[in-house]
Ligand binder design. Structure first.
Ligand code: PLP
Length: 383
């Protein structure tokens, strides 16, 4: 006789369904409508640069996605350039300012901080994880005038929302250009490129319910771009290489759906608050980073001072719960998160911090399952 439980577990996908996935800031579940569209287009043949009918069809998919992406962030389609990921978008923008003075916040993604720009200076953040605008203003006034400022809209580890409109004003008052990493913002709060007034913005498909391996950047008219990839004339000569037609189409649809379903994050915010209050009340000494700052609804940065995040994560993993350590691990040695240490956390506290990030398909059972498992694990480890 076949045991049905074993049958479920022998299927990889069945096994995945048994998990509680709370690492949506790393990558979120692709929406079923997007899977359908991407799969359909992958069955077609056509290079978007070819002039025959098959090429025209591919090009039509790309331009539709450009329209959808532009509508999602309120800009003109001509200002949207598709890339392979947000990292590529940001590398392109930074390369444009090679050799010039650049200011970047201390909590930017590695795509900015580690891209090898020698003339980069770091803008500090407050203990709540908000970019220090006074420090920015002082730095901007110093010579030589910075060519570019990088501020993210929402931090990927804490979910803290940054004062990007104020930063844009400071930049423009002093004649500097500004790039906003809006990867973790799109679909979670309104991202209006025109209203914010930035010069550049970057996005990633796999953070908004689209496929991995696609991104884009948006640039204001007349702003300079030095392409990272050169060769063909794709993407208005700003990004050479045959377009990922199915991926780009998936990103366009994902952007449209993410914006349409944004109010889902209001519900997630109530679960976030519940998780935070139940855990901090029942597990002594735990605390939430950036809790007093404005935050998006899905992200929790949770510190439990006496248990390393490696041990926390391994035990949660045994309970089929996926969260993030929020720290880079190189050569098997965990490094404290640069975001948390920039906020003033000690290395030990940073190495005792987990990131829990919910997504569009998270359920109340997932949230409850995390609370129960986390409380049980920490109490057991503490004896
Ligand atoms: N910026 C932020 C805030 C991110 O969270 C990430 C991904 O984790 C990136 C940039 C890089 O995005 P991609 O994976 O598309 O290169």
């Amino acid at each position: 006789m076949v045991n049905s439980c074993v049958v479920v577990k022998t299927s990889f996908y069945g096994y995945l369904n048994l998990m509680i996935y709370l690492d949506h800031n790393a990558t979120t579940t692709i929406r079923p409508e997007v899977i359908d569209l991407v799969t359909f287009i992958m069955g077609e043949t056509g290079n978007g640069s070819s002039t025959h009918k098959a090429g025209q069809k591919a090009s039509m998919h790309i331009e539709r996605a450009r329209d959808q992406m532009a509508a999602a962030v309120n800009t003109r389609p001509a200002q949207v350039i598709f890339t392979s990921c947000a990292t590529e978008s940001m590398n392109t923008i930074l390369k444009t300012f090679k050799g010039e003075r650049i200011l970047s916040s201390a909590i930017e993604h590695a795509a900015i901080l580690d891209c090898g720009h020698a003339e980069m200076e770091i803008i500090p953040v407050t203990s709540n994880g908000i970019v220090d605008l006074n420090a920015l203003e002082d730095m901007v006034k110093r010579d030589p005038k910075p060519a570019l400022i990088n501020i993210m809209m929402v931090n990927n580890e804490t979910g803290v929302i940054q004062p990007v409109k104020d930063a844009v004003k400071i930049a423009h008052d002093h004649g500097c250009l500004i790039h906003i990493d809006a990867v973790q913002a799109l679909g979670k709060l309104s991202v209006d490129f025109k209203d914010i007034g930035a010069d550049y913005m970057s996005f990633s498909a796999h953070k908004i319910g689209g496929p991995q391996g696609v991104g884009c950047f948006v640039f204001a008219a007349q702003k300079p771009i030095r392409p990272l990839l050169v060769g063909g004339k794709q993407e208005k000569r700003q990004r050479a290489g045959t377009s990922n037609v199915a991926g780009i189409a998936g990103m366009g649809l994902a952007a449209e759906l993410a914006v349409k379903n944004m109010d889902r994050y209001d519900e997630l915010a109530t679960w976030r608050d519940e998780i935070e209050s139940r855990i901090t009340q029942s597990v002594p000494e735990t605390f939430v980073n950036g809790q007093n700052a404005p935050r998006v609804g899905n992200t929790i940065s949770l510190t439990c001072p006496d248990v390393t995040n490696t041990v926390q994560m391994m035990n949660l993993d045994l309970d089929q719960i996926c969260v993030s350590q929020g720290s880079a691990c190189s050569s098997g040695v965990a490094k404290p998160s640069h975001v948390l240490t920039a906020m003033g956390l000690s290395d030990d506290y940073a190495l005792a911090t987990l990131r829990i990030s919910m997504g569009w398909n998270t359920t109340r059972d997932d949230a409850n399952g995390f609370i129960e498992s986390y409380t049980k694990i920490i109490n057991r480890l503490r004896g």
